[in-house]
Write a protein of this length. Structure first.
Length: 277
């Protein structure tokens, strides 16, 4: 049957595929839209298999809090080139996935890929985008956070995003200050007590090795070297844990002191940070 421009346009709206791809799919499917969609999907899967070994190091990192501010989600949608990462259709596709994640609150990345969006599974739609865009596209990361208040921050360019959880409701500006602190200073944990034991052991080992190799410490007893290493570890806690870091907007205060100046009981319960840089 003859394929009209209206037929092609309809299929393009359904799939997002290129005009010629839609025309050829409709011709092959003899005008059957469902078959045409399947042809386009299969083409995407074929391209995906061919590009499986390609590096998808570009993309977008997006984060969003729920309408009630009690939950937040973060996703990473990867592609191969900066050109695609900045494409509005690609960004909007990622936003659609993020919105679904916030709404449905899936348990993990695999569960997110199984969710239905506009009648088709998220994972299948990501595969379809490979055929439409012609690059390796990968939904590589999803995580979430729940708290009395959750605030999201996306850095300019969509290459870095953060989510922070607070133990009580406060102003959005305060929450954004914390989220931006996480973005700028990349802490390893909320506080000293929440640093993993394995990280502490590794940092102490590094500190002790540095201390022993410092010419100024040659000949000093082991007990002195141990105290110097402990001092280095304390510096790590100060610089590497969120509540002990200097507040980027006011270096006279730590983050803990800043939060207490807003509300004496206000603190951070958790955070997420992801960067493609």
């Amino acid at each position: 049957m003859a394929v009209t421009a209206a037929d092609v346009s309809k299929l393009r709206k359904m799939t997002g595929a290129g005009m010629m791809d839609c025309k050829h799919a409709l011709e092959e499917a003899n005008g059957d839209y469902e078959k045409a969609v399947e042809i386009i999907r299969k083409k995407g899967q074929l391209v995906a298999s061919k590009r499986a070994d390609r590096e998808a190091g570009q993309g977008v990192v997006l984060a969003k809090a729920s309408a009630d501010g009690k939950r937040g989600a973060m996703i990473v949608l990867n592609c191969e080139t900066d050109f695609v990462a900045k494409n509005e259709n690609f960004i909007n596709f990622a936003r659609s996935i993020l919105n679904l994640a916030v709404e449905k609150n899936p348990a993990d990345l695999d569960a997110l890929k199984q969710l239905t969006m506009e009648g088709r599974k998220v994972g299948d739609q990501v595969t379809e985008q490979v055929g439409i865009i012609g690059e390796k596209i990968e939904l590589s990361y999803y995580n979430k956070i729940e708290a009395s208040q959750v605030v999201a921050y996306i850095h300019m360019g969509n290459m870095l995003a953060t989510l922070v959880g607070l133990n009580k409701t406060t102003s959005l500006q305060t929450g954004k200050d914390v989220a931006m602190q996480v973005a700028a200073m990349n802490p390893v944990a909320v506080d000293k007590d929440s640093v993993p034991a394995s990280t502490i052991a590794k940092e102490k080992e590094i500190a002790l090795e540095q201390t022993k190799n410092d010419p100024r410490n040659q000949g000093k007893p082991a007990s002195i070297l141990e105290r110097i290493a402990e001092g280095k570890l304390e510096k790590f806690f100060k610089e590497g844990t969120l509540l002990n870091q200097e507040f980027t907007k006011d270096s006279s205060k730590t983050m803990r002191q800043y939060l207490q100046s807003v509300d004496k009981d206000l603190t951070v319960t958790g955070f997420l940070r992801y960067s493609l840089k």
